[in-house]
Design a protein around this ligand. Structure first.
Ligand code: XBP
Ligand code: MG
Length: 242
């Protein structure tokens, strides 16, 4: 029986990847760095989860000479710290709002005694900034468990972040439903054994979601009970064909 809903953040709670992209570009400019990630480039780079990993991947693919700098690792950490500072300020200034239907799902889960958690690759500071901005002072407290960023060695699509969330919730995967926007996130939750609903976002609408229990473009007219029932039916159908 479903006892908890585990939300991804970027692309799921909110279309924040566009804000991340702008924050990266402002950080590059602030550090006097000649990089600029346009939307098509960022769509490609989003296949690599984690901002620091994404910076390194871009250098390897598009600016390999940078890797030769003796302090490249420290450079990446400093650049990412600046980007996170810019990003959290943009979010605090209202740069992003919750996707349609997300607020209603969170409040309905809370009202009906379902436990809430977050499993994300983004930095915890970014999560708190978004929850504060979108849900007010009590926003963060609605989520019993928030697992993010560098709390695990292997980021999505590895299952680590969802396994950590299950451990902190003290629940079995079949007692939860994950809500994701990307293939990396779907694979992470699926590998942890968690039935997953995917709501594609502006940067993931071309990805494959075959492992999803349910794919829904717009959550604005989907109540929590309907979502849980759709997942239950999908899991029952999967068991019948197994
Ligand atoms: C999406 C990510 C993150 C963000 C950038 O996270 O892969 O890396 O793109 O945030 P989610 P950081 O699992 O919520 O979809 O720069 O803090 O990594
Ligand atoms: Mg996401």
């Amino acid at each position: 029986m479903t006892k908890a809903i585990i939300f991804d953040v970027d692309g799921t709670l909110s279309e924040t990847e566009e804000t991340h992209r702008q924050a990266f570009n402002r950080a590059f400019k602030h550090q006097g760095f000649p990089w600029h990630w346009d939307r098509p480039t960022y769509r490609r780079l989003l296949l690599v989860t984690g901002g620091k990993e994404r910076i390194r991947h871009f250098a390897e693919q598009d600016d390999a000479m940078r890797l030769l700098a003796p302090d490249f690792d420290e450079f990446v950490r400093e650049l990412h710290r600046k980007k996170t500072s810019i990003y959290t300020s943009m979010i605090a200034d209202g740069a992003a709002s919750l996707r349609p239907g997300i607020r209603e799902l969170i409040l309905e889960a809370e009202d009906n005694g379902y436990r809430l958690a977050i499993s994300t690759t983004t930095s915890t500071a970014n999560v708190e900034a978004l929850l504060l901005s979108a849900l007010g002072r009590e926003g963060i407290a609605k989520f019993e468990v928030i697992c993010g960023g560098d709390s695990v060695e292997n980021k999505k699509p590895a299952p680590d972040i969802y396994l950590l969330t299950l451990e902190q919730l003290g629940l079995r995967p079949e007692d939860c439903i994950a809500i994701e926007d990307s293939r990396n996130g779907l694979l992470s939750a699926h590998r942890a054994g968690i039935p997953t609903v995917v709501t594609p976002s502006i940067y993931t609408d071309d990805q494959n979601f075959d492992e999803a229990a349910w794919v829904v473009d717009d959550l604005s007219n989907v109540g929590l009970i309907e979502l849980i029932e759709n997942v239950r039916k999908s899991m029952a159908a999967t068991r019948r064909t197994a």
